[in-house]
Design a protein around this ligand. Structure first.
Ligand SMILES: [Fe+2]
Ligand SMILES: [Fe+2]
Length: 489
């Protein structure tokens, strides 16, 4: 039985660590369990571990599948972390550090040279992630791939996606050496997973005599190994809010006041909150869309920020607030956006830290990627099945592509910085976005994904587009347990 298992692993070119082998061997049909685990992981990890097996079982449970792989009784699984008591935020010192942020580092002027350097940076950052994928071992550059007649593997950026007359799809994939047309047949499974222009992908395919490459696999950089949440010693919590839209007539003042008074109250969860992340659109802004002035209660941008400063002044002093801009805020709209300027920041108390959009930072060593989420518009418009009501789907697609806004030339304006700050270079422990005024909390390959709601009721624009917001909800994550909750006001 043990040999059959090792054979099955070898056939897939995979290794497994001793714990994983011991566990699989203890099952009635180890090969069947192995296969179901691999099917759930969407790819073969280099070394299969118990973490992978648990993750696959969790996915299977979520999908409501029958008990396959079988329950883990008697297995040598590590026990889940114990639920700790919540810590009181007043008794814990802040541990906050910015890891990656464009603020103060912007160099681009938007020239053509800037753009070619920008896209080269994207390819240079995502290319190595793809090269680490088993499917792409032995990949070559495109100029060389085009000369081969056997199966080829290469990595490149999608310069164009077009449909053929018959309804198939051709991707123009380029690297620094050449461009290759990659054919996706409408009858292939690959066709169901659309590729966006400007994403960086890996291709496994076969060349035809006419110079086309028939795709057999399209490989995404994705997250190679599912992560375990790095539960911290101090069980303080992070609360996530977004899209407050102060200054708008539809700002939900009463609900905000209820939130602020809960934050000042005796609730155990409220008292555990040490950090409050504000994921952009803190004000409604001025001149963001046509005839906005008709929907404004405060029609001066500084007066809007003064009001935000007053509202945040009511949040307890021991709460560290991390505020990034969104597309309604008073900084350049092109992403990455730097932090709000000093003449705005000086209106606020010292417990508010201004960062750029996107920004990666750590709290107690937990890495949080905060992004306003403008590109969710592009995902909803470009990918079938995406919806404003389910922003977590779009956030998963960002993690699969390891890029926050792959599509250039859509709704998300992009500033061509020398380094592509929109690449998800390191896998975060937590990924938060806002912008779509919906709420949600889930997990993707071990990353907690959060959409942080809004404090604005339905606007005329949203009504016209049948977008129903989910306001006044606060996702809260405890850093000691990795558990999340959503509190509604
Ligand atoms: Fe917004
Ligand atoms: Fe927004």
């Amino acid at each position: 039985m043990h040999e059959r298992l090792l054979d099955a692993l070898a056939r897939r070119g995979a290794l497994a660590d001793p714990d994983a082998i011991a566990y699989l061997s203890s099952r009635a049909d180890p090969v069947a369990v192995l296969e179901s685990v691999i099917a759930k992981l969407e790819g073969v990890p280099l070394v299969l571990t118990m973490e992978h097996i648990q993750r696959a079982q969790e996915l299977a449970r979520k999908a409501g599948q029958a008990a396959r792989p079988p329950p883990v009784a008697n297995a040598t699984l590590p026990s889940p972390p114990k639920l700790r008591d919540l810590a009181r935020a007043t008794e814990v010192d802040a541990q906050f550090a910015v890891v990656r942020d464009v603020t103060g580092k912007s160099t681009c002027e938007g020239t053509l040279d800037d753009f070619s350097r920008y896209f080269a940076s994207r390819l240079a950052m995502i290319g190595p992630m793809l090269r680490a994928r088993r499917e792409l071992v032995g990949s070559v550059d495109i100029a060389r791939a085009k000369k081969l007649t056997r199966e080829v593997r290469f990595i490149g950026m999608v310069a164009d996606v077009r449909a053929t007359k018959k309804g198939d799809r051709v991707l123009e994939v380029e690297d620094e050496t050449d461009t290759a047309p990659v054919f996706l047949s409408q009858t292939s499974d690959l066709f169901k997973d659309p590729v966006l222009p400007d994403e960086v992908i890996g291709v496994v395919g076969r060349p035809t005599e006419k110079g086309l490459i028939i795709a057999e696999q399209v490989v995404r950089p994705d997250i190679l190994t599912p992560r375990a949440f790095p539960a911290t010693k101090d069980a303080v919590s992070v609360a996530f809010i977004s899209d407050v839209h102060v200054g708008s007539k539809t700002f939900l003042r009463e609900k905000w006041d209820a939130f602020a008074s809960w934050m000042n109250g005796t609730d155990e969860v409220a008292q555990s909150i040490k950090y409050l992340v504000l994921a952009g659109d803190v004000v409604d802004g001025i001149g963001v869309y046509p005839r906005q002035e008709e929907e404004l209660a405060i029609d001066d941008i500084f007066a809007q920020y003064e009001e935000v400063a007053r509202l945040l002044g009511a949040i307890p002093d021991h709460v560290n607030m991390i505020l990034l801009p969104g597309n309604h805020d008073a900084v350049r709209p092109a992403e990455p956006q730097p932090a709000l300027p000093q003449d705005v920041a000086k209106l606020f108390d010292s417990n508010v830290t201004f960062v750029g959009n996107p920004c990666s930072f750590t709290v107690h060593g937990v890495r949080i990627l905060a992004y306003h989420g403008r590109s969710l518009d592009d995902f909803v418009y470009s990918l079938p099945g995406m919806s404003y009501a389910r922003p977590l789907d779009g956030m998963r697609e960002m993690l699969r592509r390891r890029h926050l806004a792959p599509l250039y030339g859509g709704k998300t304006p992009i500033a061509p910085e020398a380094e592509d700050y929109l690449v998800i270079d390191e896998v975060p422990d937590v990924f938060v976005a806002g912008h779509v005024h919906a709420v949600g909390m889930d997990e993707y390959k071990g990353v907690k994904i959060v959409n942080a709601s809004t404090w604005q009721a339905q606007t005329a624009y949203q009504k016209m587009h049948n977008i129903i917001p989910q306001p006044a909800r606060v996702p809260i994550l405890n850093l000691g347990t990795g558990r999340g909750t959503i509190k509604e006001f």
